[in-house]
Ligand binder design. Structure first.
Ligand code: AMP
Length: 213
């Protein structure tokens, strides 16, 4: 199964994608995680793209497409749950050249919920699992339930960077919705409840998707 999880920052893409990975038995590919890994390792590429990520802007299409292609080459033949890409119509066209997509899940979440969620988001340094200080607390404060790794707050989850990321989403990424709607691939999921159980949303997604012939 080849699934794209699409939505604004803080709409729960990573949380749902990691749970879908377990249910579907395919890798979870997050271009945001790939970007953070390059930056953390301070590779030449990481040093070049850090300025975009830390200001809430987008990494140029060509660069992020190369990062994704490289990841696809290292194992995605049985399918994937892709999240964070595409973020522009140009990237959506590049993805269509790379692979067939079975469905695009479009998460619709009000800005108020996004801001609340991102301001309280924590992530595991080791395995990337996502928590929330209000709605999805780890069992032990500061430690990942799954691997015991240290939890951290993302540098781009600061209020002014969140506003910039939302602006970028509206301008560059929202047109991707029209692109996939016209392709007949889009499945909308509304989530207005900040305390909604992620497993509920994942069940809804599983009911909506099936492989395309
Ligand atoms: P995310 O974790 O998906 O919010 O991504 C974190 C940051 O990585 C974004 O704010 C961008 O700077 C960069 N990034 C991730 N995916 C993409 C993409 N598809 N296009 C451009 N920039 C991206």
């Amino acid at each position: 199964m080849r699934i794209v999880i699409f939505g604004p920052p803080g709409s729960g893409k990573g949380t749902y994608a990691s749970r879908l990975m377990e249910k579907l038995g395919v890798p979870h590919i997050s271009t945001g995680d790939l970007v953070r890994e390059e930056i953390r390792n301070q590779t030449p590429l990481g040093k070049m793209i850090e300025k975009y990520s830390s200001s809430g802007g987008l990494v140029p299409d060509e660069t992020i497409t190369e990062i994704l292609k490289e990841r696809m080459r290292s194992g995605a033949s049985k399918g994937f749950v892709l999240e964070g890409y595409p973020r522009t119509v140009n990237q959506a066209k590049e993805l269509a050249k790379m692979t067939k997509i079975d469905a695009v899940i479009n998460l619709i979440v009000p800005d108020s919920v996004i801001i609340r969620r991102l301001s309280a988001r924590l992530q595991c340094k080791s395995c990337g699992a996502i928590y929330n200080e209000i709605t999805l607390k780890p069992r032990v404060a500061g430690k990942c339930d799954k691997c015991g790794g240290e939890l951290f707050r993302r540098a781009d989850d600061q209020p002014e960077v969140i506003q910039e990321r939302l602006k970028v989403y509206r301008e560059a990424s929202a047109p991707v919705v029209d692109f996939y709607r016209s392709e007949g691939l889009l499945k909308d999921i509304g989530n207005e409840d900040p305390n909604a159980d992620p497993n509920e949303i994942v069940s809804q997604i599983l009911k909506m998707i099936k492989p395309r012939p």
